[in-house]
Write a protein that binds this ligand. Structure first.
Ligand code: ZN
Ligand code: FE
Ligand code: FE
Ligand code: ZN
Length: 267
């Protein structure tokens, strides 16, 4: 069983279960390694409904550090931090002071539209799909250029509700984005949460992953669990996708360093 490098805690206000329950769930499913990556605080007020308050951050660290004392699974300490205009003012000095094992970078907003938020889904009916994706990938390129993050979260997230541009348009915007990701040395996660959404697909799709593979971009696995039972979610599907794209290894993280690990499935 591979490691699960993406999961949340109650501190972000939209996940359930105690962090200890996530660890228990991993133990029960025989997942040897998990990394907590809750939504990072943003003292400028950005999307405060979906992230921990800055005052809760010491609680987050203490909670994970305590769980690291267990023997199995190995528990790692990470964070999911959004990229948006102006985020660096806080993030750059703050990340430099923390001792995370990995930092996931994600984009959940285009301007002030939470494009993956079910409450704002109807906006998709009044916009142009290809242009919207193109805006999204411009942000991905900007995110990569900051070199603040280790991993790109859910790379083709705009497909969540099924709005997907024609393949030719998608390739045109994807290639420069992947080039920036490769140049920054960022890893792409195979995020299983897409299987729980209307699109019913892992993020990213096979065609996207193949283009990443061509550029020698490395991968890691994440369930994006927001409840204990989602830890290790649909691992078989993400594993198969990695293999289908030609991957033989994935990355585990330690203190923001990449450990290359062979893809071995013992089922
Ligand atoms: Zn979340
Ligand atoms: Fe996310
Ligand atoms: Fe997440
Ligand atoms: Zn997420």
């Amino acid at each position: 069983m591979q490691a699960d490098f993406h999961m949340h805690t109650v501190l972000c206000k939209h996940a359930t279960g105690t962090a200890a329950d996530y660890v228990k769930s991993a133990r029960k499913k025989n997942i040897p390694e998990i990394c907590f990556t809750d939504h990072a605080p943003a003292p400028d007020g950005y999307d405060s409904k979906h992230r921990m308050a800055i005052d809760d951050f010491p609680k987050y660290e203490a909670m994970i550090r305590e769980l690291q004392e267990c023997e199995y699974p190995k528990v790692l300490y990470g964070i999911e931090a959004d990229y948006y205009k102006g985020c660096e003012r806080f993030l750059r000095p703050w990340l430099a002071r923390q001792n995370f094992d990995m930092v996931i970078g994600s984009i959940h907003f285009i301007k002030d539209w939470g494009f993956d938020n079910p409450d704002e889904r109807n906006v998709w009916d009044s916009i142009e799909v290809t242009n919207t994706w193109s805006e999204y990938f411009k942000l991905i390129r900007k995110m990569a250029k900051t070199k603040l993050y280790d991993v790109v979260a859910h790379l083709d997230l705009p497909k969540k509700f099924g709005h997907i541009p024609p393949a030719k348009d998608l390739n045109e915007m994807l290639c420069p984005a992947l080039d920036s990701i490769a140049e920054a040395g960022m890893v792409i996660e195979l995020n299983a949460s897409g299987l729980r959404r209307p699109v019913k697909e892992v993020y990213p799709s096979l065609s996207v992953l193949k283009l990443a593979r061509e550029r020698d971009i490395l991968i890691c696995f994440g369930s994006d669990a927001h409840s204990p039972e989602e830890v290790g979610y649909a691992f078989d599907s993400t594993f198969k996708l990695a293999r289908d794209a030609g991957y033989t290894h994935c990355v585990h993280f330690r203190e923001r360093k990449k450990l290359l690990t062979p893809l071995i499935h013992d089922v």
